[in-house]
Design a protein around this ligand. Sequence first.
Ligand code: NAD
Length: 477
Amino acid sequence: MTRITVAKGDGIGPEIMDATLAIIKAAGAKIEIDEVDVGEKVYLAGNSSGIAKESWDIIRRNKIFLKAPITTPQGGGYKSLNVTTRKFLGLYANIRPCISLHPFVKTKHPIMDVVIVRENEEDLYAGIEHQQTDEVVQCLKLISRPGCEKIVRYAFEYAKQYGRKKVTCFTKDNIMKQTDGLFHQVFDEIAREYPEIENEHWIIDIGAAKMADTPEAFDVIVMPNLYGDVLSDVAAQIAGSVGLAGSANIGEQCAMFEAIHGSAPRRAGQNMANPSGLLQGAIMMLNHIGQTDVAEKVQNAWLKTIEEGIHTYDIYKEETSTKKVGTKEFADAVIANLGKKPTQLKAVTYAKNATLNLKKYNRKAPAKKELVGVDLFVHWSGTSPDDLAKIIQPMQLADVTLSMITNRGIKVWPEGFEETFCTDHWRCRFKPKDRLLTKNDIIQLLQRATDANIDIIKTENLYHFDGKAAYSLGQGQ
Ligand code: NAD
């Protein structure tokens, strides 16, 4: 018996949750339920996070959370409960299977069966943003080795458990050599631990185009947070079944399962909504807690029901449907099909009582780290890089000199192009001759800049890790 937390949410949430729970209980799910309130009424009662402290205690104790969609009230000040839950509970993996149900649900891609595995905590979503000059704002893209290892391992373990043949990685490491480069490198390292599973890497732009055009070329696709956010919606949409897709958010200790759609307030309370998205979330939950036999039974009964043409209004079509039903009747039809398998759609088989074997991250021995230079970022509203060099050069130390100026990453000094457009945000790179840099050198540079009224907005240290340069060159350098 597994104790889980359930939130019925808002709008159509309570109806689809009741239908989902009725189906999985009828299939023999061994679960005990603690219910918590989340969403609109909690927000409107003055709690800006949409969840009370006592509910957190229950969610953290039970560790498994099945959540119906909630309504985030309009207007400022309300924090997204999904983002908060993900971050607080360390739910690093977002898993979204996108499967075509052709010919029963309309799609341009009849044989699509793709699982998007999205990193869920890092990347540009750390939300660390600053305005630095009149003209330039920045967002920090943070990618960590533990973050990469955990998500890539999850993708391969998932592929192994579900008998999938290939894991593809999407990054843009031809441009972002450090951040996406690390993700790709870790992908290659972990892939070697799974020789039985094919692996490949695509640059995200052409990979995304290929996925939108020929999704049958892909199986499991793992990617950093931002790309995963965008492409998981694209994948769900082209599978033809946004309303039928579920999603899992997995952490080392806790996990949350849900539908990908929202609370559809206009459909609330009318016994109309399709419970399939949440049911797919619940099936992922049953697999996650090792009740794979129940998950398999429910998934096959659901496929059978879809195939019989018993459809809620959102997917009902005269050509492919036989009966238009409400939420409750759809659940009853799935329950009546428990124990049956689909004949046209592909029946599923899940490994018995399996859970994924996810190794804990082991911190590596520290590398040899050497400070080899510093980038000073300057707010300066002139336009000529040569003029800026003349302002900056007097602050050089005897053997720590200005080696390059870039503007938005493009080298503009020495020997820039006058065509290059420049903003008021300049990076001035200082490097020592024949020695390492010290923190004291940086302090001296900053002191001289301050004395000369030069507006330094930030510094970035340049390091070698184990003798390898670990910073980007200027474009054109
Ligand atoms: P929505 O997904 O709720 O609805 C979009 C459209 O899809 C609607 O026309 C609706 O009729 C239809 N639809 C959605 N789910 C359906 C189902 N199960 N069966 C039948 N039809 C369905 O998106 P929205 O209208 O943009 O958002 C409504 C509310 O949901 C907002 O407050 C939003 O913030 C919230 N939301 C919550 C979550 C979540 O809790 N995970 C996710 C997305 C949106």
